[in-house]
Unconditional design. Sequence first.
Length: 388
Amino acid sequence: MEESFPRGGVERVQKQVQETKEKDTKKFRKRANSKDFLFGKDDPSHFKKPRKSGDSDGQLGASSSLPLGGGAVLQPTQTTNSKKPAFIESISFQKLAKGTKLLGIVREVSEEYAVVTLPSMLTGFIRQDAKSGISLRRVVSVGQFLPVVVVKATSESVKTKNSSKPQMKRRIELSVSPSLFNNGLSSDMLHAGMTIRGKIRSVEDHGCIIDMNVSGIAGSSCFLKYENIKGEYKILSDDEDEDEEVNDATFKLNKGRVYDFTVASLPVKSKKESTSIIQVKLESAKARSKRIINPATHLASNHSIRTLCPGMLINVDVEHFARNGLCVTLLGNVYRGAIDSAHLGGYLPEEDFKNKAATSEMWWKNVFVGKNRRVSILFPCGYLRNMK
């Protein structure tokens, strides 16, 4: 009876409910204003001052928040007597993951398969697209420099005639498809001078319609004029098949052919002019490799590590001398990378080649004095960023 009809009437009940709500609200605000919302305690790390990067043995200083070498490096170790420099881990079969981009050279081409030479003495293959049924001879050419993306890397035991024991065979399947290579790109990331993967959709009277498979861009909104082809070109008929070694100044044009194009101009919307077509240029790999990436333009377009492409020419700052190469920062110290000593041979003095090439002496400490250097990206990815 007391619970159903409490003394004091309805007004007393309402007053008790209101007081309870006010107490709960004060407790909630107290927890919300604290650094640790769950337990209502301040995080001691919040009051810590940011750590300043100082010079150490082999360390030239940097401001990037990423680990030294971008994750491709065993960090320096401190012993009682001395400090050992970092050690760069080169790319290997075990480190290849789906989506990894690599700089490759097409070595062999057949109708169903193409063999590609990769960095670190690796070899992969491209499989014919079963949906399109287009011969790979009409997609890539022998001798073509072409960044590729890893589809899968598998190892399996195979029995051979010469050996009774099964042997392990490693296979690296690759792709040059724009839908995989341009994954992560959107229309607002494009800018003039940018290199982008594309596939010829059709050959028209005044040029070619290009498919880029970029989010926010229609399939027919990218066009290559014949006048924007920097070099000789040849239009292949539907029944013509080319498997000859490609000349760097010669381009073959047919449906399904894959190239890396350069963005010439973007759609314009103004009172005087309005266009909805993206114009692209077709340049040789040698010409594209001389174009230096502007860090301000790259970062302003919301690019990330996923949109860095092999073959990009960039300026880097040397920040650490590793036991087997250089650790660098790039694109305004936003990213970190590593250069293996195997890709520094062009800087090795001729008089010291025989004496120092086969030794572990860090000859590059005397060569790479000063910060700014120009390098090409070999393979960018989340855990390994090695450059040449």
